[in-house]
Ligand binder design. Structure first.
Ligand code: BES
Ligand code: ZN
Length: 594
């Protein structure tokens, strides 16, 4: 008797943020041919999705605000499809009827001017002021507004891309450069991504860009007026790559190029493989923010090689990366620097947990995110709670056993996407009992910070805590790093006396390190010290990084004296913010008035 094969099985969607269905065809690679049209802020594209094995039946793809013009099979036959109405946070399911078995399909489509993965900048919003600029940011679930695909990290793909752009502009992509041809007033630039990536790591930028080589495998790209300062700031990139390789194994992505973004980039950095994106705020002029580079570099192992299966397991990306970042810091700057960074992380963790007092379930390492937009619950909790969980495991088993396990973990799940349960099973098999000794259930499924978190130790930290918020003498503070300043500022009780504020004003309001500047401005606002308001206005006008916008708007909005100013500043700067940052500030300002 022939075996009975079910013709239609129940859907198997394993990612609450995707329509990708494990019972359907799996995309193996895509080939994108796209024309970037600045006049209409639209991408006109054709994409061919090639399946792992020839497929028939039904196929669901993720899309958001895409206009689908035509879908054909590998023979060029038109296929029937339906673009379903958008669902909150998810976008629209594109349902395709693969009438006959086909190895590939080709989709002709256009993106929307307000596609959530892109920000289109007018020349005035760039450093040079002459050319327009566009860049992408796909994590967590924005790739679907650029390309119709299975937008879930478990659906790794390789790809090729051909971008047609105005001849005056450069294209950079998180992929290998396969050459540029100029033709009349356009340029055609070809790219290939040989390493398999989750869709959220698809990334490119188009603008007036120049580059400097930093090492045989690293080069920095930026607008021409920024590139020298950027090259100086990131000059030690090769030392960091070498340090990371000796900790975590060979660097698997061939190149580690760096792109300095326009000021509206909403993050400090984004680990796009082969071409990491950095906020221009990382260029402090004194290399004091290289920890951001250490962080994004660390993602080359934790996140890009071993990837979270979906946003509910985001801590596997960011918690592991905080651990790896601090190991790189320890190797390049010493144990004190790493401990100070961890101590600051601890403060930030407590602060984030307080911020989520009305949504405590979001403070779980593994939250339930069905119906929740990943951008709306973004916080440092998966970063720092994840870090302290891993530090707790390390302290239970000892560093050498933990290191040995980490290497086997990275090797076992290389180029994969995993869940918290898979992490647990792997650790339990290698180091039986370690999870329960480290109180893993409380860390993973509990809210807040569990008992037994390992407190970071350093003499420098003790010295700062010994001040109890009193002003440091000039001798003492002259030797402080940005992290020490940050820790000190966090330790000052609110409201700080006027005399303290005046002294800090004189020292810090002109700081070029935004981490220090914003920590100070936050303290000033929380102390009712309004002499800093002009600087606060400047910061929210010149920077779009959410790490800085959030505390500025939150503190302006929570004081009745500056509440109207918060609304006015947002009205004035809204148009220049990235859509993700705009959504975040809107959320802050929507909170009821104090
Ligand atoms: N991958 C994140 C940025 C991100 C997270 C973008 C979630 C979209 C959704 C990146 O690696 C990151 O963590 N950036 C931090 C750097 C910091 C921790 C050094 C940032 O932007 O502040
Ligand atoms: Zn990160």
């Amino acid at each position: 008797m022939p075996e009975r094969v079910p013709v239609c099985s129940a859907p198997m969607r394993r990612d609450p943020h995707s329509f990708a269905d494990d019972t359907q065809a799996r995309t193996d690679s895509f080939a994108l041919d796209a024309r970037v049209d600045f006049a209409t802020q639209t991408i006109h594209a054709t994409v061919t999705l090639t399946f792992a094995t020839p497929a028939s039946g039904h196929l669901d793809l993720d899309t958001r605000d895409l206009a689908i013009d035509q879908i054909t099979d590998a023979h060029g036959h038109a296929l029937a499809f339906t673009v379903h109405p958008p669902e909150p946070h998810l976008g629209s399911r594109l349902a395709i009827d693969l009438a006959h078995e086909t190895p590939a399909i080709t989709i002709r489509y256009r993106t929307a001017p307000d596609a959530s993965a892109m920000q289109w900048l007018a020349p005035a919003q760039t450093a040079g002021g002459v050319h327009p600029y566009v860049f992408t940011q796909c994590q967590a679930i924005h790739a679907r507004s650029l390309v119709p695909l299975q937008d879930s990290p478990g659906y790794r793909v390789t790809y090729t891309a051909t971008l047609t752009v105005p001849r005056a502009l450069k294209v950079v992509m998180a992929a290998a450069d396969r050459g540029r041809t100029e033709n009349g007033d356009v340029a055609v630039h070809r790219w290939e991504m040989p390493q398999r990536i989750p869709p959220y790591l698809f990334a490119f930028a188009v603008g007036d860009l120049a580059s400097r080589d930093l090492s045989p495998r690293s080069r920095v790209w930026a607008e021409p007026s920024v590139v020298e300062a950027a090259a100086w700031e990131f000059a030690m990139v090769e030392d960091h790559i070498t340090a990371a390789e000796s900790l975590f194994g060979p660097y698997d992505w061939e190149r580690f190029d760096i792109l300095i973004m326009p000021p509206s980039f909403p993050y400090g950095g984004m680990e796009n493989p082969r071409l990491t994106f950095f906020s221009p705020t990382t260029i402090a002029g004194d290399r004091s923010l290289v920890s951001v580079m250490a962080h994004e570099l660390a993602h080359s192992w934790t996140g890009n090689l071993v990837t979270n299966a979906n946003a509910e397991h985001f801590w596997l990306n960011e918690g592991f990366t905080m651990y790896a970042e601090r190991r790189i810091t320890e190797a390049t700057e010493g144990a004190d620097a790493a401990a100070l960074s961890a101590a600051l992380g601890r403060r930030e963790l407590e602060e984030s947990i307080t911020r989520f007092a009305d949504r405590p379930e979001m403070t779980k390492l593994r939250p339930d995110l069905a119906g929740v937009d990943p951008d709306d619950c973004y916080s440092l909790i998966p970063y720092e709670k994840g870090y302290f969980f891993l530090a707790a495991i390390e302290s239970v088993v000892g560093r050498s056993a933990f290191e040995a396990w980490l290497k086997t973990y990275l090797a076992a799940f290389r180029f994969g996407a995993i869940t918290t349960e898979q992490f647990e099973a792997h650790l339990e098999a290698a180091l039986p009992g370690a999870l329960s000794k480290a109180n893993a259930r409380a860390w993973i499924d509990g809210v807040g910070i569990p008992e037994g978190a390992v407190p970071p130790k350093s003499a420098k930290l003790d010295a700062i805590e010994g001040l109890h918020g009193a002003l440091p003498t000039a001798n003492v503070s002259a030797a402080w790093t940005a992290t020490e300043w940050n820790l000190y500022l966090e330790s000052v009780p609110r409201p700080a006396p006027d005399a303290t504020c005046r002294a800090l004003d004189a020292q810090l309001t002109s700081s070029k390190n935004y981490d220090v500047l914003v920590a100070w401005l936050t303290l000033a606002l929380q102390s009712g010290y309004h002499a800093v308001l002009p600087r606060v206005e400047q910061v929210v006008a010149e920077v779009g990084r959410m790490k800085y916008l959030r505390p500025m708007y939150t503190n302006l909005a929570s004081d009745p004296r500056t509440r109207d100013l918060a609304d006015q500043l947002f009205a004035k700067n809204r148009a220049s913010y990235h859509p993700i940052a705009r959504q975040m500030v809107e959320g802050v300002l929507a909170k009821p008035r104090a």
